[in-house]
Design a protein around this ligand. Structure first.
Ligand SMILES: CC(C)(COP(=O)(O)OP(=O)(O)OC[C@H]1O[C@@H](n2cnc3c(N)ncnc32)[C@H](O)[C@@H]1OP(=O)(O)O)[C@@H](O)C(=O)NCCC(=O)NCCS
Length: 152
């Protein structure tokens, strides 16, 4: 049972959330310019890939307008060297402007952590800007060696 919040509730992303007007694209647009006009074919591909990779995507729905205003994704990563143990990568934590500082991202992260434990994951990792370290520290994330990235 997910904890109840006065102004929003959390649920897993569903197929119909990928349509225009749900608020998902406006929300993701705050991370990186997101294309709000996504063809049915592209949406289907996204949905099937999410299922194939075993991702858990959680969204926050604002009760007043039914819009998605928050998003987080948990991506499983099976470690061969650890006998198949599962790690989890936390991706795309975002709350839409106008809905921030009301506990949305905190609720999403708490729930995501709960889901990771339920799935038997032994660790969570994420990449973030220095200025967000304080925020993630609230959820027991500690700083490790900085990551690297190659744009392909
Ligand atoms: C970071 C972000 C996800 C927080 O979302 P949010 O829904 O406003 O977060 P919450 O309401 O749950 O928590 C806000 C609390 O975190 C604190 N906080 C926010 N940014 C912080 C930071 N950089 N360092 C420390 N605390 C921070 C706020 O002061 C607030 O504190 P309070 O609870 O004592 O009032 C949101 O600002 C956002 O979407 N930013 C743009 C996208 C982004 O940078 N995502 C992270 C990618 S790694």
């Amino acid at each position: 049972m997910r904890p109840d919040h006065e102004k929003f509730f959390l649920r897993e992303l569903c197929w119909s959330d990928l349509r225009q007007g749900s608020g998902i694209w406006e929300t993701l647009n705050e991370l990186t310019p997101a294309n709000c006009v996504v063809s049915l074919r592209a949406r289907l591909k996204i949905w099937l890939n999410l299922k194939r990779e075993g991702s858990f995507v959680l969204v926050a729905i604002w009760r007043e307008n039914g819009q998605i205003v928050g998003h987080v994704k948990l991506l499983p990563d099976q470690k061969i060297a650890r006998g198949g143990a599962l790690a989890g990568h936390v991706e795309d934590v975002v709350t839409r402007q106008g809905f921030r500082n009301q506990g949305v991202a905190s609720a999403l992260l708490k729930e995501l952590k709960r889901e990771a434990i339920l799935r038997g994951m032994y660790k969570l990792t994420l990449a973030c800007h220095d200025w967000l370290e304080g925020f993630y520290a609230r959820f027991d994330f500690v700083k490790t060696d900085s990551g690297m990235r190659a744009n392909l």
